[in-house]
Design a protein around this ligand. Structure first.
Ligand code: HEM
Ligand SMILES: *[C@@H]1O[C@H](CO)[C@@H](O)[C@H](O)[C@H]1NC(C)=O
Ligand SMILES: *[C@@H]1O[C@H](CO)[C@@H](O)[C@H](O)[C@H]1NC(C)=O
Length: 585
């Protein structure tokens, strides 16, 4: 990783005018800056985590942070590897970077004081919520400061949306969603390599990543948003990956003339998702969809329909609804697809690994082309490869706002500051992951066997944190809602996970350092579906196709590593050429 990215001097590509401004800022502040630089680590308000020295007043490390969150965090960590946390100045604000698993866990558990809703509201605003929408959304949201004139009539939109996702992505609804997804994958493979076409059994060269990206994206859109959306919006898949590149820049809220492409992509999503909703509602009016259908081509999964109609009922505008649906459509793919690509690449890169995985899939087989999903997702080697891919190739910065001054471990955190648990730093920490005498265990290395020791304890920890956080979130939301005459009797959704025997201390420390799915109230509810998409999809593919590496291309291009240029699931940084053909059964 690049260790110079932390320097607060922006790149030389700035227009000349800005250079001049920078020159003056630097000359005027340099004497001061040198003093603050050489005084090294120091604390700011009594008890805050140590401050990372910076040159530019007010702005601090703002530029470096915004340009490259991953590289910047890594650099901060390297300045003082023993400090559990650091304070960074970012555009007049304090940002606390947390590197310690116990502190991270506290942040996730204390959901009343470390809140996420401010980011949620900001995103809604950027994606099209107008003032009246934001007034509705603020009711029941956890915020640090109320908008002047705030009124509460008992609506709880953010909370209700959050509450709906758990049941939709577990149990029977998850099974249905998964089979819709797998069916589509199989259909797509059968279309590309028809079973009764001799040509399907000849080797063809392909880029494995691109094949997975295309097939998996299509299948997850069909499963959640239906198949009719492709007729309405033929460019949907291109839109998705373009939006993925530009979403981050929208968060700067820079005007349209500076970010023409990013805003145009948002507007495109408005146009087609509004149309998608209109046509689904019309089909429902025509009686083409029954209330009891758990999936239909217009809405997709019933949950998606229920969400849309719920938002209409709560008075959320059409643009804001389309904005939220587009963020959802993007979010559900932007993390999973890159990880599916990483898992598939790694499986194929090592012939011994590939044959072990094939053996595990065979023992989960229930017919020539079918398999038991639970057996696949719990097979030790498959599971280890998935966990290792998540460790190696996710960078999930879980941000929170500090609602009140508080104590976190040995530190005092100040109201209104931001906290980030940057998962990748924990997942790449040599002291946690490198094992003496085991070559290949260094964290930069992809080591498929790293998690053979199991991960149940990890899930157990997440659930514990999640339940504590949910209880606090519910208590606060219900208290406010009851004051407004809304009675809420349902308890937070409880998921019972299998718990295994005790693990070694080292293993436990490693599990606590795995944060690909965040934690607390925002612990990713899609993680079970993501697992099914990735490992189930892999099983479906390997039962139908033979895949082998194109050695010549590999030699020329080198093996892919994660591209650190974005957040969440990280794409492989280059293609992987393979030979593919239909498998004879
Ligand atoms: C490997 C794949 C995935 C990864 C790494 C991932 C990661 C995350 C992370 C880190 C968060 C929390 C953000 C925070 O706390 O700051 C999150 C939230 C969320 N994820 Fe995922 N995700 C994945 C797949 C999915 C899928 C497939 C779905 C949907 C079908 C999904 C739906 C959601 C939703 C709805 C939330 C918001 C939860 C809430 O605030 O109530 N995710 N995800
Ligand atoms: C927000 O949008 C809705 C629907 O388009 C509209 O009725 C309402 O007047 C708008 N409110 C504001 C404050 O612009
Ligand atoms: C939109 O919808 C998802 C899924 O229900 C929800 O988790 C998310 O917070 C919403 N956010 C925004 C900003 O649109």
């Amino acid at each position: 990783m690049n260790s110079t990215v932390g320097q607060p001097v922006p790149s030389l590509s700035l227009p000349l005018a800005q250079h001049t401004v920078l020159f003056w800022i630097l000359s005027l502040t340099l004497p001061l800056a040198v003093i603050s630089y050489w005084s090294g680590y120091r604390r700011i308000a009594a008890g805050e985590p140590p401050l990372v020295p910076y040159l530019l007043p007010w702005l601090g490390h703002g530029m470096a942070f915004m340009n490259d969150i991953n590289g910047f965090t890594e650099w901060v960590r390297s300045l003082n590897p023993d400090s559990p946390a650091a304070t960074v100045q970012v555009a007049g604000q304090h940002l606390y970077l947390v590197f310690d698993t116990k502190l991270a866990s506290q942040i996730y558990r204390r959901s009343k004081n470390f809140i996420f809703d401010p980011f949620n509201l900001m995103t809604w605003g950027i994606m099209g919520a107008n003032r009246s929408d934001l007034e509705i959304l603020e009711m029941g949201a956890q915020v640090e400061k109320r908008t002047p004139g705030f009124k509460d009539d008992g609506r709880r939109v953010l909370y209700d949306l959050h509450r709906m996702s758990g049941p939709a992505l577990t149990g029977e609804s998850l099974d249905r969603l998964t089979s819709l997804f797998i069916d589509t994958i199989c259909r797509e493979i059968d279309t590309t390599f028809p079973e009764n076409d001799a040509a399907s059994y000849e080797w063809v060269r392909m880029d494995l990543g691109e094949f997975v990206k295309k097939t998996w994206t299509r299948a997850s859109i069909v499963a959640l948003f239906g198949s009719h959306i492709f007729t309405i919006w033929p460019r949907i898949e291109d839109w998705l990956w373009e939006f993925d590149e530009h979403f981050q820049s929208l968060l700067t809220k820079m005007p349209r003339f500076m970010l023409p492409k990013a805003w145009a992509l948002r507007d495109e999503a408005w146009e087609f998702l509004e149309k998608w909703e209109d046509e689904a509602l019309a089909a429902e009016k025509r009686g083409e969809i029954k209330e009891t259908d758990d999936w239909d081509p217009y809405w997709g999964l019933q949950w998606v329909a229920v969400r849309a109609k719920y938002l209409i009922k709560q008075g959320i505008s059409a643009k804001a609804r389309a904005g939220n649906e587009s963020v959802f459509l993007w979010g559900l793919n932007a993390n999973t697809i890159p990880i599916a690509m990483q898992v598939m690449n790694q499986a194929v890169l090592s012939p011994t690994l590939l044959s072990t995985l094939q053996a595990e899939i065979s023992s989960a087989q229930t017919g020539p082309n079918t398999f038991n999903m639970a057996a696949v997702t719990t097979a030790p080697k498959l599971k280890s490869v998935l966990l290792e891919s998540l460790r190696w190739a996710t960078a999930s910065p879980s941000p929170r706002v500090v609602r009140e001054d508080c104590q976190l471990g040995e530190y005092k955190l100040l109201k209104g500051s931001m906290v980030i648990v940057h998962s990748r730093t924990l997942q790449m920490d040599a002291r946690t992951w490198a094992i003496d005498g085991v070559p290949g265990s260094a964290p930069e290395e992809f080591w498929a066997e790293r998690f053979l020791d199991g991960d149940e304890r990890e899930e157990e920890n997440r659930i514990e944190e999640n339940q504590e956080a949910e209880t606090a979130y519910a208590a606060e939301t219900f208290a406010q809602a009851q004051a407004q005459g809304r009675s809420e009797t349902a308890k937070p959704h409880k998921i019972v996970e299998p718990i295994s025997g005790p693990k070694s201390k080292e293993t436990q420390q490693r599990m606590l350092s795995m944060r690909p799915f965040g934690g607390g109230t925002t612990l990713c509810p899609g993680r079970h579906f993501a697992t099914n998409e990735i490992l189930g999809g892999l099983a479906a593919l390997l039962l139908r196709l033979d895949v082998k590496i194109d050695e010549e291309a590999l030699e020329k291009n080198g093996a892919p590593v994660p591209n650190l240029g974005k957040q969440g699931g990280l794409f492989p940084d280059r293609g992987l050429g393979v030979w593919i053909r239909r498998r004879r059964v």
